[in-house]
Design a protein around this ligand. Sequence first.
Ligand code: SF4
Length: 320
Amino acid sequence: MSALLELENVSRHYAVSGGLLGLRHGLVRAVDGVSLTVDAGASLGLVGESGCGKSTLARCILGLEQLEGGAIRFQGRDITDWPQTELRRQMQMVFQDPYSSLNPRMSVGAIVAEPLTIHGLGTAAERKAKTLALLRTVGLDTDMARRYPHQLSGGQRQRVAVARALALSPALVVCDEPVSALDVSIQAQVLLLLQDLRTRLGLTYLFISHDLAVVGQICDRIAVMYLGRVVELGPAETLINDPRHPYTRVLLSAVPVPDPGHKRNRENLTGELPSPLNPPSGCPFHPRCPQVMDICRHEFPQAFSTGEARLAHCWLHKPA
Ligand code: SF4
C-alpha cells in the first residue's frame, strides 16, 4: 500500500492574549510535532481524552488550520499546493452530532445532493439519481429523500451525513466522534456500515474518538494522543491486547468488558489533564503516571520501538 496521507512533525499552536492591552501571555501547543502516515485503503484511529489535540489535528489535515511547523502531504503533494476546491472534494468529514451537522430546513435529498450542487457536478437528473444511489449505499430507503432531519432517528441522520460525505467520492473520510452521540445499539449499526463501506468502496478513514473500544473495531492502526503529541502508535490489535504506554493502559482499563466473568485490572488516572498553556516538563504524562521515574520529570522521551511497527514515547522502553 502507498501512503495517502503523510504528516511530518506537524505543529499547531495558539497564542493566548488578554488584559487591557491585549498582550500575549501564553502559547497553547494544541498539536506538537506529530508524525504519522495513513496508507490508501487503511483506517487510522486517533484516540485520547477531550482536549488532547485530535480534532485540531484533523482540522490541520483538512487544510482548515495554518501550521506552525512541519508538513502535511496528501497523495504525495503538500496540502498547501492543492487548490482548496480540489482538496474539499478529496477529503470529507463526518461529524459527531448528525442533528446539528444537517440543515433542518433542507430535505434529506437536498442535503445529500448539496456537495454535487456546490461543485457543479452533473445535470439535475444525474444529481437526483446519484442522491438516491447514495441513500441506498448507506442502507436508507429512497423515500427518505423527501423527509427532513427532524423526522429521522439519530442513526438515520448519521447515515444521511455519511451519504453526504460520500457524494464527491472522496479519497479520505475524516470521522470525528461519529458514533459518540448515538445510543449503543445504533453505534454498532453505524460502525458496521462504516466498515462495510470501507471494504466496498476502498475508503481510507481517519477515525477520531475518545473511546479505544470503538476505534479498535474499525481501525487497523491506532495513534494515542496526549496533550498534543502522539504517545503510542501501533497496529490496533496488538496495541489493544498489549498496550505499552502507561497512558494507553489507563485508557484501556476504562473500557467496559462485556464478559462478566472477565475482570480487567483497573488503572485509575490521578489528577486532571494538565493545562496545555502550562504543560509539565519532561514527559507531559508524568504528573499522572503510575510508573513515573526521575528522568520522566526532566526529559521528554523520544520514540522507542516497542515491537513490530510499534512505538511509544516512554522512558520505560528505552533499550538497555
Ligand atoms: Fe510514565 Fe515516564 Fe513513561 Fe512518561 S516516560 S509515561 S512518566 S514512565
